[in-house]
Design a protein around this ligand. Structure first.
Ligand SMILES: Cc1cc2nc3c(=O)[nH]c(=O)nc-3n(C[C@H](O)[C@H](O)[C@H](O)COP(=O)(O)O)c2cc1C
Length: 78
C-alpha cells in the first residue's frame, strides 16, 4: 500500500471498528487487502473490494462501473 496509507493505519486504533478494506490495482493486486487486515488489529472487516484498472497505466476501468456503483450504494446504506 502507499506509505501514506500505512502511516495512517499505524497511527490509529482499530479494535472493534468496522473497516472496509479496498484497493485499486492495474492487474496485479498483490496482498494489499491482506496487509490492511493484518495492520488493523481487532477490527471487523466487511465488504472488501479490489477495483481493477487496465494494465497500461491508463484510467480505463476493468471492474464494471455498475459493480462499483452497487458497492458504494451498499456502503452508503450502512
Ligand atoms: C507507484 C505505483 C505502484 C503501482 N504498483 C502496482 C502493482 O503492484 N500492481 C498493480 O496491479 N498496479 C500497480 N500500480 C497501478 C495502479 O495501482 C493503478 O493504475 C491505479 O490503482 C489506478 O488508480 P489510481 O491512479 O487512483 O491509483 C501502481 C501504480 C503506481 C503509481
Amino acid at each position: 500500500m502507499a506509505p501514506a496509507m500505512f502511516c495512517f493505519i499505524k497511527q490509529h486504533h482499530w479494535e472493534n471498528r468496522k473497516v472496509i478494506p479496498f484497493q485499486t490495482h492495474g492487474r496485479w493486486p498483490g496482498h494489499t487487502i491482506e496487509d490492511i487486515k493484518q495492520l488493523c488489529q481487532g477490527a471487523m472487516f466487511q465488504y472488501e473490494r479490489a477495483i481493477q484498472f487496465d494494465s497500461q497505466g491508463g484510467n480505463r476501468l476493468i471492474t464494471k462501473p455498475e459493480e462499483i456503483d452497487d458497492w458504494i450504494t451498499l456502503l452508503m446504506s450502512l
